[in-house]
Design a protein around this ligand. Structure first.
Ligand code: FE2
Ligand code: FE2
Length: 167
């Protein structure tokens, strides 16, 4: 269902649709991460992705809480955007033979995922507040904060990799 489908008439409909969309995205990310972890060669990168997979499982649980608090059915709708980002991550990583280049490609792909999540949770938290759902907004903000932190860690890893190479 597209964002401007006839089924979406109110801000509330839009909020729930976006929730279903990010719920699907989180589940796909949780599924895709083991392959990225397996391919990564740097130990810190592996650990970081592993830790974020645990956080991702919590994001799914928090989203289920948001659905319930809002009185909406826990449901996922296909999100072609995250499918594309994850498909590209899979393809790019598979083509790279050099370990350092492979890790750089994995970091870039993981950051694309984080940025996608950041844009969704930023919007959702704002909409939740607008709809008078401070309780939902607080949960969405927790997910958002963890996405920001994950992105920040990835940036630091990428920078340390560049420094290693330059040394
Ligand atoms: Fe997440
Ligand atoms: Fe994430």
């Amino acid at each position: 269902m597209g964002l401007f489908s006839k089924d979406i008439k109110t801000m509330d409909d839009l909020f729930v649709h976006q929730l279903q969309d990010v719920y699907y995205a989180e589940k796909q990310i949780h599924k895709a991460l083991p392959k990225m972890i397996e391919k990564a060669t740097d130990a810190k990168l592996k650990q970081g992705l592993e830790a974020h997979r645990t956080e991702t499982a919590n994001h799914i649980v928090r989203l289920e809480q948001v659905f319930k608090q809002h009185g909406a059915e826990v449901k996922a709708v296909n999100c072609p955007a995250i499918d594309g980002i994850l498909k590209e991550a899979d393809e790019v990583a598979g083509e790279v033979a050099d370990k350092q280049v492979l890790d750089a490609a994995i970091i870039a792909a993981a950051q694309a995922v984080e940025h996608y999540e950041i844009t969704r949770y930023g919007t959702l938290a704002a909409w939740a507040k607008q709809l008078g759902r401070a309780d939902c907004a607080a949960l969405l903000q927790q997910n958002l904060d963890e996405e920001y932190a994950a992105d920040d860690k990835l940036s630091k890893l990428a920078e340390s990799g560049i420094n290693r190479k330059a040394a």
